[in-house]
Write a protein that binds this ligand. Structure first.
Ligand code: TYM
Length: 359
């Protein structure tokens, strides 16, 4: 029996306003993982349409945002030749596997998803069915490649737990058939070694920016959908806008504490220190070591300069790449073709395991 090949998969929705949370919580970490793993990075356009059209903006906006998110991946340092970059809808196997998972996941599991509750709001009867089954498509994205590692921000943790539950139930429900076809891969389950078809994917979550908060309210996540543009730094913001938003960021009146313990119960201070730490690739201790006891009138300009230094070149590169839509489209086409070959290999096995007749 073989073991699972280590593979990284992750995705971002093309719903506009790509922000510092997406960058520090996800994309920046994807760049680092390219050194040690084969990686597949996806613009999840089918997930985007689970919300109201007023949110994802309609066809022209979806095309624009899909290209812009792709440009952000490339501008941040993702290598589309060594790895794979594509948009989800090109690879039909994701939707096919999501259907299978619709039949594996239980209503009770999906009913517990907090992101559905947040996004559906009070009017649940009017939410799309796609928004409810969203996590099944996410599990399909990952498991179509039998990916072993998924780097995401903290907010995706529950979806990744569901992905593991789906994988486990599929492995168990079909264990006899998986063994009969010789498709079992050796996995460790406690002290036991068992044969599985799907891996139990590891979430890769952590670091000082796993949950970047709003600049206007340190208790709320930085989000694409916040009506206040001052609440977030968008990846396409220019230097002046970045500086202005950091200068205007909400803070309390105290100086920075002399140790990280002192950041407890100070959500705005904690958030800005976390952002600084992530931008210099260090931990919060290092930042407090350098700035502990200082006023925000000292720390904020330092953070603004650092953010501009790190983000402005990415914004410029994004604009340069976005201007060449045919280049971006060629990257997605090439990535899609390579992804489809891999996903089809998995889906052929899945069809056999379930008992769907095929040639
Ligand atoms: P999305 O598009 O909402 O966000 C993309 C990535 O950014 C992270 N993120 C944050 N990290 C830190 N602080 C924040 N304030 C913040 N806001 C967003 C998210 O955790 C995510 O990693 N369901 C996913 C997309 C998806 C996916 C997948 C991810 C679809 N299929 C398969 C991984 C694997 C989503 O909506 O991300």
């Amino acid at each position: 029996m073989s073991t699972f090949e280590q593979l990284v998969f992750s995705g971002v929705q093309p719903t506009g306003n790509l922000h510092l949370g997406n960058y520090l919580g996800a994309i920046r970490r994807w760049v680092a993982l390219q050194e040690d793993y084969n990686c597949i990075y996806c613009v999840v356009d089918q997930h985007a349409i689970t919300q109201a059209m007023s949110v994802w903006g309609g066809p022209a906006e979806l095309m624009r945002n899909t290209r812009e998110v792709t440009a952000a991946f490339l501008a941040s340092g993702i290598d589309p030749k060594k790895h794979i970059v594509f948009n989800q809808s090109r690879v039909r196997q994701h939707a096919e596997l999501a259907w299978v998972f619709n039949c594996i996941a239980r209503m009770g599991w999906l009913n517990r998803m907090t992101q559905f509750k947040d996004k559906a709001g009070k009017d649940r009867e009017n939410a799309s069915v796609g928004l409810f089954t969203y996590p099944n498509l996410m599990a399909a994205d990952i498991l179509a490649y039998r990916a072993t590692h998924v780097p995401v921000g903290e907010d995706q943790k529950q979806h990744l737990e569901l992905t593991r539950d789906i994988a486990q139930k599929f492995n168990t429900d079909f264990s006899g058939r998986i063994a009969e076809l010789g498709l079992g891969v050796e996995t460790q389950s406690g002290d036991e070694t068992i044969a599985s078809f799907f891996p139990l994917t590891e979430p890769v979550i952590g670091g000082p920016a796993a949950r970047v908060m709003s600049l206007r309210d340190g208790t709320k996540k930085m989000s694409k959908s916040d009506p206040s543009d001052l609440s977030r730094i968008n990846l396409i913001d220019d230097a002046d806008t970045i500086s202005k938003k950091i200068r205007k960021a909400k803070t309390d009146a105290e100086p920075l504490p002399s140790d990280v313990e002192g950041l407890k119960d100070r959500p705005e201070a904690d958030n800005l220190v976390g952002i600084y730490a992530a931008l210099i690739d260090a931990n919060k201790e290092k930042v407090i070591g350098d700035f502990g006891g200082q006023q925000f009138s000292v720390f904020k300009p330092a953070l603004a300069d650092l953010a501009v230094e790190r983000l402005a070149p990415i914004a410029a590169e994004m604009r340069r790449i976005s201007a060449d839509a045919s280049y971006v489209d060629a990257v997605l086409k090439d990535g899609g073709e390579r992804a489809a070959l891999l996903a089809e290999k998995t889906l052929r096995n899945v069809r056999d395991i379930i008992g769907f007749l095929q040639d």
